[in-house]
Design a protein. Structure first.
Length: 534
């Protein structure tokens, strides 16, 4: 990786600290540096005087801070945001000569820990490779973990001691645990000093460039039935305007920034989103937010956003069909989408990106063709570039979709083909891979067996890519994915990890989905999912 120039790097005397932690983002630098979780954990671990935390990405074999190799650290911490990054995690370990099989690691090897949405969703596929999983939010778990690690003579020898901490899952201890979260995010740690990349080339330019990442909310109570984040980050929590202003003021004091990126499970759902936009503008900063919920947008929010420097509006109707939107508990009428796109046009928004999924329950070719219809209607008033991102539905565990099978390849291909006529009309269409979607489904809903089957191949052969590994394994991934869905009620995951949302609630939501019945958003109306009243 080309050396980048960064501001606010935390560099300690690595030989003098009590605990050395390697923080690994198993993908490119430019993606990892745009991930708020990485900044959180980096600052949180480094907030302990006697702990040094240094960063690794897929491209670098040595830590960015002290140029130390991975095997020299006491702890290697992975933040896993995407299931398909698991293979990159294996590449990083194996290129550092750390055995990927946890049982083959010796007393002098670092312990491997992992957290992030994929782990909260389902740690089981990685249970042969990771020593400790973080099931929940780092602000709660990291201090307990660090305290325990500093108190032990040898963390590998005394590994099982960590199983006493609620929220940590150790495959070796086979302990049951439950998800933990921050009750009041105003009181939680916030990284008000973030590493910013100052000099970069195309390969190292972070997705959000030099903007400061500001989390305005966490969790979402809308209850969209396909959405993992909506289920694993419950309950919804909103940062207060007072706290947001304090963070912005500190960000201005600590960085040379001109832009803020507002992030959150559903940032534009913050009840004071409009005030937040006005606040940022009043501080002479530009801002953007990755995704917008159409039913909270109005002319003044759109005008502030695009005055704030945003170039692309991103919305997610998920389906072209109003009926299917009702079925997934996102009942946005076409008229609202068209109204918002007219507002985008009045505010000269250069491009509009829309996300759609294929493979929803009870979906027909006619439903897919509604994507063509709504796109054509949008183009009657919207004159910018229209980008359609079409992806297969990946049914996730801990959502009512966990009982829905992944779409068959033939059906996906046929449905995708029915969207093609739009090409040539100035619409940019990107189609997600069926194969990668199927793998993601297996890794989301899976048990240890799948990656265990791959382990020998992973260790002995090249670690090039998923496709070549699956080819060598000679596994029909579609049949395997169907088998996981058929046996979901017996999946050991639900006995080991208590995510907070009750299975009876998920089953009730599944039944309501099949009748296209609406569930009110929380916290305004509590539907007793089980999270708050444990
Ligand atoms: S218990 Fe009620 S308020 Fe809490 S997350 Fe569940 S639905 Fe929302």
């Amino acid at each position: 990786m080309k050396i980048v120039k960064e501001d606010n790097v935390i560099k300690k005397n690595i030989g003098k600290v009590d605990l050395k932690i390697a923080l690994c983002y198993p993908n490119q630098y430019r993606i990892g540096m745009s991930c708020l979780a990485l900044h959180y954990i980096y600052n949180l671990f480094n907030s302990y005087e006697n702990v040094a935390c240094e960063r690794f990405f897929l491209e670098n074999n040595f830590s960015l801070e002290s140029q130390l190799s991975l095997s020299k650290f006491d702890i290697v911490a992975f933040t896993l945001q995407f299931e398909l990054d698991y293979i990159n995690m294996f590449k990083i370990l194996s290129s550092s000569k750390i055995p990927i099989d946890r049982k083959k690691r010796g007393i002098n090897h670092p312990i491997i820990i992992a957290g992030g949405p994929c782990i909260i969703e389902n740690p089981l596929p990685l249970s042969n490779f990771v020593d400790i999983f973080f099931i929940g939010e780092a602000e709660v778990l990291a201090p307990k973990f660090i305290e325990k690690a500093l108190s032990l003579k040898n963390i590998r020898h005394d590994l099982l001691d960590f199983s006493s901490i609620t929220g940590l899952y150790l495959p070796e201890a086979k302990n049951k645990t439950k998800r933990v979260w921050v009750e009041n995010i105003d009181d939680a740690f916030y990284p008000t000093i973030q590493v910013l990349t100052r000099m970069y080339d195309k390969s190292t330019k972070p997705i959000f460039s030099n903007s400061f990442l500001l989390e305005v909310s966490r969790g979402c109570g809308r209850g969209c039935r396909f959405c993992l984040s909506g289920y694993v980050y419950r309950p919804p929590r909103y940062r207060s305007i007072r706290k947001i202003e304090r963070i912005i003021d500190e960000a201005i004091e600590n960085h040379k920034i001109s832009k803020i990126t507002l992030v959150g499970t559903s940032a534009s759902d913050h009840p004071k989103f409009k005030e937040i936009c006005e606040l940022v503008l009043s501080k002479n900063l530009l801002f953007s937010t990755p995704s917008l919920r159409v039913d909270v947008l109005d002319e003044s929010i759109i005008s502030s956003l695009f005055k704030g420097g945003q170039k692309t509006a991103t919305i997610a109707p998920e389906s072209g069909s109003e009926f299917l939107r009702a079925l997934i508990n996102k009942p946005i009428p076409d008229s609202l989408i068209l109204n918002v796109t007219r507002m985008f046009q009045r505010n000269n928004v250069p491009s509009l990106k829309m996300y759609f999924m294929i493979g929803l329950p009870n979906e027909s070719i006619k439903d897919i063709e509604t994507i063509n219809i709504i796109s054509s209607k949008i183009l009657e008033s919207f004159k910018g570039l229209l980008k359609l991102s079409i992806n297969p539905l990946i049914p996730k565990p801990y959502t009512p979709m966990q009982w829905i099978p992944y779409i068959a390849r033939k059906e996906y291909t046929e449905k995708v083909q029915s969207i093609k006529p739009l090409k040539g009309k100035g619409i940019d269409i990107s189609i997600g891979s069926w194969f990668m979607g199927c793998l993601e489904h297996i890794l989301s809903l899976g048990t240890p067996e799948f990656l265990n089957m791959l382990a020998d191949l992973l260790i002995v052969n090249d670690l090039t890519n998923w496709r070549s590994l699956i080819r060598r394994l000679k596994l029909n991934i579609y049949d395997y994915s169907r088998m996981l869905t058929a046996n979901v009620d017996e999946n050991p995951l639900f006995n080991i990890i208590d995510n907070g949302v009750s299975i009876s609630f998920l089953k009730a939501e599944y039944d309501k989905m099949m009748s296209a019945l609406f569930t009110q958003p929380c916290p305004n109306t509590c539907s007793f999912c089980g999270v708050c009243n444990q």
